[in-house]
Design a protein around this ligand. Sequence first.
Ligand code: KG4
Ligand code: ZN
Length: 347
Amino acid sequence: MVLGIESSCDETGAGIVQGGRLLAHVVASSMDEHARFGGVVPEIAARAHLHAFNPVVRRALDEAGLRPGDLDAVAVTTGPGLSGALQVGLAGAKTLAYALGVPLYGVHHLAGHVAADTLEHGPLPDPCVVLIVSGGHTSLLLVRDLVREPILHLGDTLDDAAGECFDKVARVFGLPYPGGPAIDRAARGGDPKAVAFPRPLRAAGGQDAYAFSFSGLKTAAARWAEEHRRRGAVLPVADGAASLQEAVADVLTRKAVAACREYGVKTLVVVGGVAANSRVRDLAQRRCASAGIALRVPSMTLCTDNGAMIAAIGDLLVRSGAEPAPFDVTVDPSAPLAYAALNPVAA
Ligand code: KG4
Ligand code: ZN
């Protein structure tokens, strides 16, 4: 019975997993508190985690019908993320683990996103290609045994993450924070062919074949909006949103499917907040179907940040006999993704 704690950004999550089975999944978000600033304010996020930690853990235990003493291990995100936010989650998780006398496991946030899918669709096939698309990261990975083998990066973003591109362009379009869901909603009434936004690195070869770049696309979308404003014209937000979403979905899914083909992999897993995007899901489905690739995407509530995905890694680590974190484990706000377990200690 593993409790997972997530607090790397603006969501306080607690989840409980046993033997690959999801028993509880509770999330409190401080998103509304950041909305008027147009982005996550680290100090506000950290304070919100402090307030939410106990109630969220208690609700998770209630949902699973458990008492704290029933827990066998605690897993917690140790990075990457906002330093203060991570520290609140880690302090809480350490306290619980110490008080209960159970082992603590430090978990890489992005590996958690990958594991989220196992809670609905069972163990990951070995190997699989994973596309991680979140607010801070965009990576194409070759995953073997998620908790035993190193995670191979086929490509990463050279600049902005896909979610960051949505969030920043949404702001320029006058849409509310968080931008990704707002772009998705606005795009429903728009024409994806209305604006010919660039498809960055679409045809790149060599070293950049699976690399991404979204900062030029972000700039192109901002210029397009500014051009309308300069002329005093009404901004066709729906068309802009649909066209932006199309460009992002096109590049992401094209490269992901190409990677599956090149490496002879039969399963693509798409995870992270941007995997909640309707066009990304739809285009991935179509392209995988025509390439004979099985597509796995977690349902919306497991795509965005949550504690269940951290518990899922914890559960895998426990079952693989992994070494728990030392008690002086700390956080690593900018940890690169190499292994699912992340147990940094202060130098
Ligand atoms: O994985 P996540 O919840 O947090 C991070 O680890 O970053 O991802 C958050 C990102 C944000 O950029 C948000 O705008 C984006 O995911 N997002 C979406 C959608 N829902 C969330 N982007 C596009 N379409 C959506 N429906
Ligand atoms: Zn995330």
